[in-house]
Write a protein that binds this ligand. Structure first.
Ligand code: FES
Length: 88
């Protein structure tokens, strides 16, 4: 089973832009994905991606060190599904 680490930036810019919604990920995993990955979810302090010209791309989430910009809860779930399905 694939190990997947999701690091959600909870710095101010990302939090204001929607990271708080993504923090509900653990309770929002669709039934068809449950039990198909070892999922570790963590909140991390500013990833330092929110420089001036990048700020509108917040919130940022790292999924196994891949950066997701303009992250949403649905977008993170889609990314997890892609990883799980590639693995199987
Ligand atoms: S607050 Fe998220 S990258 Fe800075």
């Amino acid at each position: 089973m694939k190990n997947i680490r999701v690091s959600i930036c909870t710095g101010t810019a990302c939090f204001v832009m929607g990271a708080s919604e993504i923090m509900m990920l653990e309770d929002s995993i669709p039934e068809d994905l449950q039990g198909r990955m070892n999922l570790e979810i963590e909140g991390v302090s500013c990833l330092e991606k929110c420089t001036n010209h990048n700020r509108q791309k917040a919130p940022f989430v790292l999924i196994n060190d891949e950066l997701l910009e303009n992250a949403t809860l649905a977008g993170v779930i889609d990314a997890l599904r892609t990883i799980v399905e590639e693995e199987e």
